[in-house]
Design a protein around this ligand. Structure first.
Ligand SMILES: NC(=O)C1=CN([C@@H]2O[C@H](COP(=O)(O)OP(=O)(O)OC[C@H]3O[C@@H](n4cnc5c(N)ncnc54)[C@H](OP(=O)(O)O)[C@@H]3O)[C@@H](O)[C@H]2O)C=CC1
Ligand SMILES: O=C(O)CCC(=O)C(=O)O
Length: 429
């Protein structure tokens, strides 16, 4: 197996690749359309609160290593801040700032009563044992304990974190509170207050968004060849659900490489292979390649970037062949690339809409935990579908009203909603 990432990494000091500046670009465009007044504009363009922590962790070899982590709360006007925690060597404060702001806009697009937050720890989980990850998670939780809670800030999984990570956070928080407090995090295992359907929710939202986009451009799933970047929670489960819906998944990747089969991949078999081998390499029914950048440029009808930021940039936007991009990841397309693609008539369903299925079912989980009453998977999925379809229609209507692309429409809709809450609450007196 190759050891390096198959996909380009970029210097965040270059403005195009700084996710916070990318977010700011979308914000400024929408704020101009809305004619947002100075005070509201200023307060919404920066995070409410940023916490940096340095936590000591006992490693398996007996040494102590200090890890740096962040929790940024962008906004809490519409409710507690909400958003995942990411473990990755690439985590940095500007990235977490951008991700937390995107959470504010995302929660507003789907109209759930949350603000936005995000966390991250600089670490490489692939080189750490389960015990080291548990000790890191517990220490990080203890360090951010004062600013999280069911009514304050509710974390969830993101890249390289999962339901086990959420169980450790919930347990650490509960030990300090002297009572079990399930609603402090979402994305938990079912046995400790998780919601049915949360694991697949982001991928399901991506599938529903793809369906709505196809209706808009007049295509059918069966005639749609899809390339998916990433095979984790969003990419893997999203590809599985798209496959079940009739889409032809012709390529899927992980950090190391990608599979291609123009006749369409058998997604259950691909995911079974990935689960058993922890790599896509060796799957017999497809070609395997390691030049990850080229995957995004494969001939296809739809592209689902579901790995990380800055994958579609000014360097490759002209070579992207897909006519539809459904953003499973947060910030996969830079602001410049977005404009280049829009000029070529490519439809982009933006991240703050396309991947909002996850936070929507996280909202359902938080509600169920607080009620102590749990819903069936059918109820969760049908309520998710209703919210995603309504949100897509509202974004589309806004885009048509202002004669802009879907990304700008989503920003206008969401920022307008948050700004109106500011005015209603009268926080400036
Ligand atoms: N989980 C959720 O509910 C939500 C996640 N998102 C966003 O979706 C994206 C993916 O998250 P999620 O699926 O949870 O994360 P996972 O950790 O489950 O999966 C990430 C996938 O992307 C691959 N990957 C990671 N980094 C790179 C890279 N540099 N180049 C190529 N492939 C890479 C990983 O490969 P490998 O397995 O080899 O490491 C893996 O297949 C992120 O942007 C996240 O913020 C958005 C909304 C909700
Ligand atoms: O489920 C959640 O609360 C947030 C998921 C997340 O981090 C995201 O949507 O980017």
């Amino acid at each position: 197996m190759a050891t390096g990432s198959a996909v380009a990494s970029h210097d965040p000091k270059n403005d195009e690749f700084n996710p916070f500046l990318s977010m700011q670009d979308g914000f400024d465009t929408a704020a101009d359309f809305l004619g947002l007044e100075g005070g509201v504009r200023d307060v919404l363009s920066m995070p409410d609160r940023e916490l940096t922590v340095n936590v000591p962790v006992l490693m398996d070899d007996g040494t102590v290593r200090v890890f740096t982590g962040y929790r940024v709360q962008h906004n809490t006007l519409r409710g507690p801040s909400k958003g995942g925690i990411r473990f990755s060597p690439d985590v940095n404060l500007d990235e977490v700032r951008a991700l937390s702001a995107w959470m504010t806009w995302k929660c507003s697009v789907v109209n759930v009563p949350f603000g936005g937050g995000k966390g991250g720890v600089i670490c490489d989980p692939r080189t750490m044992s389960n015990g080291e990850l548990e000790r890191l998670t517990r220490r990080y939780t203890a360090a951010i304990l004062d600013i999280i809670g069911p009514d304050r800030d509710v974390p969830a999984p993101d890249m390289n974190t999962n339901d086990q990570t959420m169980a450790w956070i919930m347990d650490t928080y509960s030990m300090h509170q002297r009572k079990t407090t399930t609603a402090v995090v979402t994305g938990k295992p079912l046995s400790i207050g998780g919601s049915r359907g949360r694991r697949e929710a982001t991928g399901r939202g991506v599938m529903i968004s793809a369906n709505e986009a196809l209706k808009m451009i007049g295509k059918r799933p069966e005639d749609t060849r899809v390339v998916v970047q990433g095979s984790g929670n969003v990419g893997g489960l999203g590809a599985m659900l798209l496959h079940r819906e009739g889409y032809k998944i012709t390529s899927i990747s992980d950090m190391y490489g990608y599979l291609v089969n123009d006749r369409g991949l058998d997604m259950p078999a691909v995911l079974a292979h990935l689960n058993a081998n922890r790599t896509l390499e060796g799957y017999k029914e497809a070609e395997y390649a390691t030049d990850g950048k080229a995957q995004l440029e494969l001939d296809c009808d739809a592209l689902v970037p579901a790995a990380t930021e800055n994958q579609i940039t000014s360097e490759n936007a002209d070579r992207i062949k897909a006519k539809l991009i459904v953003e499973g990841a947060n910030g996969p397309t830079t602001a410049i690339a977005s404009q280049m693609l829009a000029a070529r008539g490519v439809t982009i369903v933006p991240d703050i809409l396309a991947n909002a299925g996850g936070v929507t079912v996280s909202y359902f989980e938080w509600v169920q935990d607080r009620m102590g009453y749990f819903w069936t998977e059918e109820i969760v999925n049908s309520r998710l579908e209703q919210i995603m379809v309504t949100s897509f229609a509202e974004v589309r209507e806004t885009a048509e009203k202002y004669k802009v692309d879907l990304r700008t429409g989503a920003y206008i809709l969401s920022i307008g909603r948050v700004a109106s809450v500011y005015r209603m609450r009268g926080l400036f007196s």
